[in-house]
Design a protein around this ligand. Structure first.
Ligand SMILES: Cc1cc2nc3c(=O)[nH]c(=O)nc-3n(C[C@H](O)[C@H](O)[C@H](O)COP(=O)(O)OP(=O)(O)OC[C@H]3O[C@@H](n4cnc5c(N)ncnc54)[C@H](O)[C@@H]3O)c2cc1C
Length: 458
């Protein structure tokens, strides 16, 4: 049955699809945009995020920093016009190390980010230095770039909750967090005011007769409908691959499982005003002698005696009386097929708490009696070098907006803004090529990929 027609059909009402609908309908005046999702909006990956943002990204090239600066400009505009309904803050990302050899590395990273456009580096090596702490709420009038503090008493004064062994911290400043659900709902409401329709159903076929998009079939509760359309956007998150196959297109993406815990920090280990806290050193987990002996003989958990890669991180969550804390440490990055509900190691809460205690020793209060932890997570859908896809596909009228990995909330506005420029045939930003799937056709780029070391992933 041919039910209706649409100018653009977007498959996926995660943050990518919703941002695409908003940028088409609200910012570019495209009419008759339809979003199709088999689940409620923002309920698959987009509500599992830590909801942080940063313009702090490595090269090569300045595309990631430029795109994120654009995306954060858009977030700030949206926050201003909405009375900050999604509570955008600017607390920053705080990387800490206890390894003197890593200090020079942090300074180099700050200088490299400054060269890419993330903002200036301020070095604080004196106790009297003019380091400006970040406010807990709001985002206006804050510095960009990064502060690197190497003076011990200044670190203790500003961050008394960090381990005494910390020798340097890097505070990246155009960073913070916000409510992803509130942002998504705000974008969706604005888009609906401009006539965007949301259809509950599963995209299960695309008519590409004659080598171009002509219609999309949707399985709904009431039965199948076919909607005629000249344009289709694949924003299917972890299901980018099967949806692209409906177009006969293969995408260079894969999924990694990422899990986080939330618990009530009744011991008050993580201050409510803290920035996002990231431990920059690999960790050997603290175990008692007895625990060590037990792990030694364990086939499944023996590896927990080994050094685990850097990157355990967390932050306080919620306003007012909330005592909730989020922690993440995803060191097993084996690609997996996306299956739901998501499986995770039952020992994960203890592992991530122990890991984070290296940075915040007061968390050790929970070793003898673990707090009740709420565990959830989803998939980072990624390309090999961790740069998303926003571009036309090799099928006329088809586009992709996805592979947003672990940064889809922060990047959604910049990425959707770019995709909307393709669809409405407007001039493209200089960074467009970096997010086009055709980049892999370039032999020089493919060579660059073989030595691509920094993905910026958290
Ligand atoms: C643990 C974790 C922490 C994270 N932390 C951050 C962070 O701090 N900051 C940040 O910016 N990002 C973070 N992210 C990443 C961010 O959550 C994702 O990049 C983002 O949510 C991806 O959005 P999406 O719209 O592409 O996918 P999704 O939210 O998964 O949406 C895809 C939608 O497509 C629908 N769909 C798929 N196939 C079909 C079909 N055939 N028919 C109809 N509908 C279909 C699905 O039902 C789904 O609703 C994190 C992710 C995880 C898992």
């Amino acid at each position: 049955m041919r039910a209706s027609t649409a100018e653009v059909i977007i498959c996926g009402a995660g943050i990518a699809g919703i941002a695409a609908a908003y940028h088409l309908a609200v910012r570019r005046g495209v009419t008759n945009v339809v979003v199709v999702d088999e689940r409620p909006p923002l309920s698959l990956t987009s509500d599992k995020s830590t909801e942080c943002y940063r313009n702090w990204w490595p090269g090569p090239g300045d595309a990631m920093v430029a795109l994120m600066n654009r995306s954060i400009d858009l977030l700030e505009e949206l926050a201003r016009e909405s009375g900050n309904v999604f509570r955008l803050n600017r607390r920053g990302y705080l990387y800490a190390t206890a390894d003197r050899d890593r200090v020079a590395q942090l300074v180099r990273a700050a200088r490299a980010a400054a060269d890419l456009g993330a903002g200036p580096v301020r070095l604080h090596s004196e106790a009297s230095s003019d380091y400006q702490p970040a406010p807990a709420e709001d985002f206006e009038g804050q510095p960009t770039g990064a502060d690197v503090i190497t003076e011990a008493s200044l670190i203790r004064r500003q961050f008394p909750y960090l381990a005494d062994e910390v020798v340097a911290v890097l505070h990246a400043r155009r960073c913070g967090w916000f409510s992803g659900q509130q942002l998504g709902m705000y974008l969706l409401e604005r888009a609906r005011e401009k006539g965007v329709r949301l259809i509950e159903g599963r995209v299960d076929g695309i008519d590409t007769t004659g080598g171009r998009v002509r219609a999309v079939s949707v399985a709904t509760r009431e039965g199948g409908v076919t909607i005629g359309t000249p344009r289709f956007v694949n924003a299917a998150g972890p299901f980018l691959t099967p949806v692209a196959r409906l177009l006969g297109v293969e995408l260079p993406v894969f999924c990694e499982r990422h899990v986080k815990i939330a618990f009530n920090d009744s011991a008050g280990a993580v201050p409510r005003h803290a920035p996002l806290l990231i431990w920059a050193d690999p960790v050997r987990l603290p175990w008692s002698e007895e625990e060590r002996r037990a792990l030694h003989g364990s086939a499944t958990h023996g590896h927990l005696l080994d050094e685990i890669p850097a990157g355990v991180h967390g932050r306080p969550e919620g306003a007012g009386e909330s005592s909730s804390v989020l922690l993440l440490w995803n060191y097993d990055l084996t690609p997996v097929p996306p299956t739901f509900p998501i499986a995770y190691d039952p020992e994960y809460p203890e592992i991530v708490l122990r890991g984070m205690s290296r940075m915040i020793p007061s968390l050790a209060a929970y070793f003898t009696r673990l707090p009740r932890c709420f565990v959830d997570g989803g998939y980072y859908t990624k390309t090999r070098e961790n740069r998303f896809l926003a571009c036309p596909l090799p099928m006329e009228g088809a586009y992709v907006l996805g592979a947003l990995s672990g940064y889809g909330l922060m990047a959604s506005n910049g990425a959707a803004d770019l995709l909307a420029d393709y669809i409405t045939e407007r001039p493209l930003s200089p960074y467009a090529e970096a997010f086009h799937v055709d980049r892999y056709k370039d032999a020089v780029y493919r060579t660059q990929l073989t030595s691509w070391s920094e993905s910026g992933q958290l």
